[in-house]
Ligand binder design. Structure first.
Ligand SMILES: C[S@@+](CC[C@H](N)C(=O)[O-])C[C@H]1O[C@@H](n2cnc3c(N)ncnc32)[C@H](O)[C@@H]1O
Length: 576
């Protein structure tokens, strides 16, 4: 569990995914309900609790993360008249928890320790006694004050970040060798005594402040640095904050078994205002009338848009949230090969396929890198790649501390191999398709744009196309001095603090026939709009992009040596 008590977010109308663009950050939303607070208290002992939650999630499988959630919903509010598959929000609808009840609840006495910042805020200048009459005004004043301070801090941090140059990696290494850093090692928030000293000295310096924020939220230095490179500081803090809050639970009507309206009626007829979790499953759940899914997991399927009678590969498919969604869109026609390298995970995949009545699915278990040798010629392929999970920290907060650069290197290596194999398994001759979608539930550029750009370079016969998703931020075309192909802009990023859904990334490719082009033709081709510039012709080597990755490989090796308590060799100029 995070710094704050886990909260379910308000309900977006997921029947229209676009409506998830709230335009309001979580911070703003909180202000609206008067709960905006400056992150100012002690770091919570969050990770033990969150780890047990994350373990549970892992057992259940990625798509089943909500299975253990004891969610509530008032079914009437969930459905409209459409017969389409739907996602309904399951939160905030229980009238037992309406605002009135909260407002009517007993007034709680808040106690702050002497050195507590909020305590300092609380004992404002007037020393006026708090009464029922003045409480609301005081509370508002406190909120405003806290907000002002947070904004000032954020502005200071942003300025500090702008001043920081691109030598962060070097800084980090120095730190690691010094006292404060180290892989997986959290920073320390200052003691009361240290804070007094800092105050006397005119406050902490900006770098210190910047480094304290992620520590406060429980991130290790390594991941924090990554996130600060991805977002401006103020936005990074919004991202941290959003990760402390659960995303809305959503359900998808399985249109192979029922209609949205009928499901709504069935649930309403049940006479309960609450839909229990699958651990105490409803008959409708057992009968496969719906699937619990994260809202973000709809995105790659919508982008892929599989058509009836097509031949589709879901290359990393367990536990099958997206496979079963595709089967429904294809109206149980054609064939979907649902593959997953992890045999154990194919059990839950098979169970879901059966429960949801998908008759066009063949489950198989190969390493994705064996395709297309195993099988090729697909009309469409989805690669929902294994990833670091930095987009789903609200579900698995162990990600905050358990990822090292070695993990990122290995993952992006695997992703680069898988993406080439997926591309090579698509039939460019497909009459209806010839599309491939790459997705991850991670927000790092290494696992997303860098992988996509790598595929563009290695496979001259592919180009990026619009995902068809009408929201989401554009993919990065520049990152830390690297420039990606301009078409990478067509890929889409989704964030918890912006879209109120898990962090997610989606890229859609069109696969064309491979051609042996003359040099002159190549020049002409790559100058056409929308056509991918490629470094070289396709190659069977799906390894690292050696020039670019060498530095990271070397750093990974040094870290591994250090982790064993040994002294790594000095950096060579290549790895520096
Ligand atoms: C993000 S999850 C997939 C979730 C799934 N698409 C869904 O919607 O339910 C990634 C999956 O990749 C599988 N995986 C890992 N390495 C793989 C490989 N080399 N080939 C195929 N699958 C792999 C993992 O077992 C895991 O189930």
């Amino acid at each position: 569990m995070g710094r704050r008590a886990k909260k379910q977010q308000g309900a977006p109308d997921l029947s229209d995914l676009e409506s998830l663009i709230t335009g309001k950050s979580l911070r703003k939303r909180k202000q609206m309900v008067g709960t905006c607070q400056r992150p100012s208290k002690k770091p919570k002992d969050s990770l033990k609790r969150s780890t047990s939650k994350s373990n549970k999630n892992k057992e259940n499988g990625w798509e089943d993360v909500e299975d253990g959630v004891d969610f509530q919903m008032e079914t009437e509010n969930l459905f409209d008249d459409s017969d389409e598959g739907f996602v309904g929000d399951l939160n905030d609808l229980d009238d037992e928890f309406d605002d009135d009840v909260i407002l009517r609840g007993p007034v709680q006495e808040l106690q702050f320790s002497d050195d507590d910042e909020e305590g300092a805020l609380h004992s404002d200048d007037s020393d006026e006694e708090i009464t029922m009459a003045n409480m609301e005004a005081k509370s508002r004043a406190l909120d405003e004050e806290a907000l002002r301070e947070a904004e000032l801090d954020a502005e200071e941090l942003r300025r500090a970040a702008l001043e920081a140059d691109d030598d962060d990696f070097d800084d980090m290494d120095e730190d690691e060798e010094g006292e404060e850093g180290g892989e997986g090692e959290a920073f320390h928030l200052p003691t009361a005594e240290e804070r007094e000293k800092e105050k006397a000295a005119g406050g902490p310096d900006l770098h210190t402040l910047q480094r304290r924020m992620p520590s406060y939220y429980g991130y290790n230095y390594y991941l924090a640095e990554k996130l600060f490179l991805l977002f401006p500081v103020a936005e990074a803090i919004e991202f941290f904050e959003a990760n402390e809050v659960s995303r809305p639970v959503t359900i998808r009507t399985n249109t192979l078994r029922t209609r949205r309206r009928d499901l709504a009626q069935a649930l309403i007829n049940r006479g309960s205002s609450k839909v229990p979790s699958p651990s105490c499953a409803t008959p409708e759940y057992l009968a496969g009338h719906y699937m619990l899914q994260a809202a973000s997991s709809f995105l790659p399927v919508i982008a892929l848009s599989p058509q009836p009678n097509e031949r589709v590969l879901d290359m990393a498919s367990a536990p099958g949230g997206k496979t079963t969604h595709m089967a429904a869109l294809m109206q149980n026609t054609g064939v979907i090969f649902a593959n997953d390298a992890n045999k154990a995970r194919t059990k839950s995949l098979t169970a879901n396929v059966h429960r949801l009545g998908c008759k066009n699915v063949v489950v198989c278990s190969y390493d994705g890198r064996e395709f297309p040798k195993v099988m090729g010629g697909f009309d469409r392929i989805l690669l929902d790649a294994p990833c670091s999970g930095t987009g789903v920290i609200s579900k698995d907060s162990s990600v905050k501390v358990n990822k090292s650069d070695r993990d990122f290197i290995l993952l992006s290596h695997l992703q680069k191999q898988l993406i080439l194999c997926a591309i090579d398994s698509v039939s460019p001759d497909s009459k209806t398709g010839g599309y491939f979608v790459y997705s991850t539930c991670s927000v790092t550029v290494e696992e997303n744009e860098a992988v996509v750009d790598y595929a563009l370079k290695k496979r001259p016969n592919v180009r990026l196309v619009d995902t068809g998703l009408s929201f989401g931020r554009e993919g990065f075309t520049q990152y830390r001095g690297k420039t990606f192909h301009p078409s990478v802009k067509l890929t889409r990023r989704f964030y918890p603090h912006v879209h109120n859904m898990d962090g997610f990334y989606v890229a859609k490719f069109k696969v064309e026939k491979r051609q042996k082009l003359s040099n002159a033709d190549k020049e002409e081709e790559t100058s056409k709009p929308g056509i991918v510039k490629t470094g070289d012709d396709h190659t069977e080597d799906a390894g690292f992009d050696s020039e670019e990755d060498e530095k990271y490989i070397q750093e990974g090796k040094r870290k591994a040596i250090k982790a064993k308590g040994l002294k790594p060799p000095p950096r060579t100029s290549k790895s520096a």
